[in-house]
Design a protein around this ligand. Structure first.
Ligand SMILES: [Zn+2]
Length: 113
């Protein structure tokens, strides 16, 4: 079973098609955008996952989203998305620590440490 979801491109010109199909290990998402064709987690695939997980309403998407949502829910993808979101949060927190240390160093160099 395969579903095709159409996602408008962010430039507003044209759209991309993401094929979602069951595989031996779960589900596959294949997008026909340049990044997606190389297996990258392009924004179109992430958009579909966010809609399937209820993070985004996906009003601009075309296709059988509810069917895709069921496939996603039954796969390992929700746990992997959660891992990605938590990793991105940790990265943002680490960036704040680095920026604070950099500002502290700059301040001390400016006033004379
Ligand atoms: Zn894509």
């Amino acid at each position: 079973m395969a579903e095709v979801i159409v996602v408008p491109s962010s430039s507003g010109e044209g759209s991309y098609e993401i094929e979602v199909k069951q595989s031996v290990n779960g589900i596959q998402l294949i997008c026909n955008c340049p990044a997606g064709q190389f297996g990258k987690s392009c924004k179109h695939k992430l958009k579909i996952l966010n809609v399937a997980l209820g993070i985004d309403n996906g009003a601009e998407l075309a296709g059988n989203i509810s069917s895709v949502g069921k496939l996603v829910a039954a796969s390992r993808l929700p746990a992997l998305v959660k891992d990605l979101v938590e990793s991105e949060r940790a990265l943002e927190a680490a960036k704040k620590v680095v920026n604070r240390a950099k500002k502290n160093l700059e301040r001390h160099m400016f006033i004379g440490a």
